[in-house]
Design a protein around this ligand. Structure first.
Ligand SMILES: [Zn+2]
Length: 170
């Protein structure tokens, strides 16, 4: 990521100091905020995983969880539901966090700084790819397409394992 060179408040040059640049004019510290990615693991009644084919890099043309970036001030679960609806046409209820993945699992510097994967269930809508997704569909565990990110398989496997443990308990 390219660092800013001038102060966004007073336009004086920034000076590297410690972890964050400091303005030589007004003295403000310039924090660089992380870009937070959120996505959902949605399984249908047959245990198939909802995936979208990415229309943008990183991972363009490959498949991933419905996902996107959290807007400033937005509830992360709301962001996950909004992105899922935009990409797949499905309305989802977003549940527990499956895990938090570092950028190495989500495509490196051009993607999210880190990625929150949530469990979610479809509660409405009609499946249809839209926004920056080229295609969307449900895939069985034996028939997964080429995935863009390691976090997709990891998050899906955890949800599947949890579901199977719950079935055994009944
Ligand atoms: Zn300044």
């Amino acid at each position: 990521m390219d660092a800013p060179v001038f102060c966004t408040f007073c336009a004086e040059p920034l000076q590297p100091a410690g972890r964050h640049p400091v303005c030589t004019g007004c003295g403000r510290v310039h924090h660089r905020d992380p870009k937070v990615g959120v996505g959902v693991v949605v399984l249908d009644e047959q245990g198939r995983l909802l995936l979208v084919r990415r229309g943008v890099d990183p991972g363009k043309g490959r498949w991933a969880l419905p996902a996107g970036f959290v807007d400033a001030g937005e509830d992360p679960r709301h962001a996950a539901a909004r992105e899922t609806f935009e990409e797949t046409g499905l309305e989802v209820e977003v549940g527990a966090v499956i895990d938090v993945y570092p950028s190495t699992a989500t495509g490196g510097h051009s993607g999210a700084s880190f990625f929150l994967a949530f469990e979610a269930v479809a509660v409405g809508g009609t499946l249809a790819a839209d926004d920056d997704a080229l295609d969307a569909g449900f895939f069985g565990p034996q028939a997964l397409p080429e995935l863009a990110f390691a976090s997709t398989r990891d998050a899906a496997l955890r949800v599947a394992a949890r579901a199977s443990r719950q079935q055994h308990r009944l």
